[in-house]
Design a protein around this ligand. Structure first.
Ligand SMILES: Nc1ncnc2c1ncn2[C@@H]1O[C@H](COP(=O)(O)OP(=O)(O)OP(=O)(O)O)[C@@H](O)[C@H]1O
Ligand SMILES: [Mg+2]
Length: 216
């Protein structure tokens, strides 16, 4: 039986105005979930809540069986470092370093090996000795995805990972992400504007009128 990796119960959050309330979500091993919605509806905020970076005004998040609000700073740090793979809208690569150095930082921390096959699949293997500043936006994005996957996370949170990419490359990135979760018994939550990318996931939800609703 496949295990539940993430449970969100009754999540509500507001900044200047209420973004959403009563959000429930469950993510199982090998499952991919897409979240769509208009700009400003709170998709990134929800992803930050689910990935432990923002504490919601109310509700609970359980990751890998652990209530994250009961964890110590150190336990939370370890969970983020070893189990969560986070691909955010702005990618935090070290600009002065090479693509390879950037990926090695992640694999050294998590004691994993760099997967050459993955670099080949993402069509970035030939770029490894180049400095980040010399790469195009889409190439940088794929390096940051390779960096995240190289540490072998159990849950991947991706915020518009295909946003800067042409359709063909976007599809390639989606295929790599979906293959990864199948091969590693992991799972994916994807925020996207692109309904075609959402359709590649097992389930899709829309954030609308302060609620998260499943769409078919
Ligand atoms: N740290 C913050 N402090 C105050 N307001 C915030 C903060 N983060 C987000 N907001 C507000 O919350 C709302 C939702 O933002 P969010 O980034 O979650 O939207 P989004 O659905 O991801 O939009 P987009 O599709 O444009 O990325 C916005 O109105 C934004 O201004
Ligand atoms: Mg966003």
């Amino acid at each position: 039986m496949s295990q539940i990796l993430l449970t969100a119960k009754n999540i509500a959050h507001k900044f200047d105005y209420e973004l959403f309330n009563n959000v429930h979500l469950e993510l199982k091993e090998q499952e991919s979930i897409a979240i769509v919605g208009r700009s400003g509806s709170g998709k990134s905020t929800l992803l930050h809540i689910l990935s432990s970076f923002i504490k919601p005004n109310s509700g609970n998040v359980t990751l890998l069986g652990k209530d994250i609000y009961l964890l110590s700073e150190e336990q939370l740090e370890n969970l983020r470092r070893y189990e969560l793979g986070i691909i955010f809208q702005a990618h935090y690569l070290f600009k002065g370093m090479t693509a390879l150095d950037n990926i090695e930082i992640a694999t050294l921390l998590s004691k994993e090996k760099i997967d050459n096959n993955l670099l080949e699949r993402l069509e970035i293997k030939e770029l490894m000795t180049q400095k980040i500043g010399e790469l195009s936006g889409g190439q940088q994005q794929r390096v940051s995805i390779a960096r995240v996957l190289s540490k072998k996370p159990k849950i991947i949170f991706a915020d518009e990972p295909t946003g800067n990419l042409d359709k063909e490359t976007a599809k390639l990135v989606m295929e790599v992400l979906l293959e990864y979760i199948k091969n590693n018994n992991s799972a994916l939550i994807l925020v996207t504007h692109d309904i075609e990318m959402a359709e590649l996931c097992n389930r899709s939800f829309k954030l609308e009128q302060k609620a998260l609703k499943e769409i078919l």
